[in-house]
Design a binder for this molecule. Structure first.
Ligand code: DC
Length: 218
């Protein structure tokens, strides 16, 4: 039996940073499920899929093949044979990922892929519905959150360090809007699984959060 760790939480709470470190320390595989929704978003953007047309969404999903591979330990997402990893973090792609993740055909496709990966390997998987839907029997479940202010500040620092000029209030508004969409959607909304442990990272360092999670595993 594989060992599964589920980390859910809103955008910008530090899930991927933490999940990567925990996976590395345990020699587990880190699976970033948001990247899969982002890859589907790229397909929707490039093919101008009409979001008001259910048939078109179903067809698009049946034309999409997503797989992941690892290069130097870093997850790469392959969309219909093309490595789209360099585009995954674009703002436009993140926004579209949140929008297209509300559709049932999109979720069904990705949940299946995620479940099959987790049965084969020991994984740390992060996302929005991992503890509630994808891996309800995960060995450890964490709900990692932080205030919208703390998350906006982190994102602001990340972007300015890359030389991208941005406005912290606008970033916070975008975060609040994304939370609302992720938490209020009908299918698999973002919520804490009843048996997940809540970790609020607003005033914790990365190492403190990693320690809190490794304590749970031990
Ligand atoms: O974690 P992220 O920002 O890369 O995720 C992008 C979007 O994908 C997020 O706003 C909602 C969606 N998502 C989801 O619905 N379920 C997941 N397990 C992961 C992401």
């Amino acid at each position: 039996m594989s060992y599964n760790i589920a980390i859910d939480g809103p955008a910008g709470a530090g899930k991927s940073t933490i999940a990567k470190i925990v996976a590395e320390r345990l020699s587990f595989i880190y699976i970033d499920t948001g990247a899969m929704y982002r890859a589907i978003a790229i397909y929707f953007i490039d093919n101008e899929v009409n979001l008001d047309d259910d048939e078109e969404i179903i067809n698009a999903c049946s034309n999409i093949d997503i797989s992941i591979k690892y290069e130097g330990g870093v997850q790469q997402v392959i969309l219909n044979g093309e490595n789209v990893t360099s585009r995954l973090r674009d703002e436009e792609v993140g926004r579209m990922a949140s929008i297209c993740s509300v559709f049932a055909p999109v979720r069904e496709k990705l949940v299946k892929l995620q479940q099959s990966l987790a049965t084969k390997e020991d994984v740390v998987m992060d996302g929005r519905d991992i503890g509630t839907v994808v891996l309800p029997n995960a060995n450890v479940k964490v709900y990692l959150t932080a205030s919208s202010k703390a998350r906006a500040k982190r994102r602001y620092l990340e972007l300015t360090q890359k030389g991208i000029s941005c406005n912290i209030e606008e970033i916070e508004e975008e975060i609040i809007e994304r939370d609302k969409r992720d938490m209020e959607r009908k299918i698999s909304p973002l919520r804490k699984a009843e048996d997940a442990v809540l970790v609020d990272s607003s005033n914790l360092s990365i190492e403190e959060v990693v320690e809190a999670i490794t304590d749970l595993i031990n």
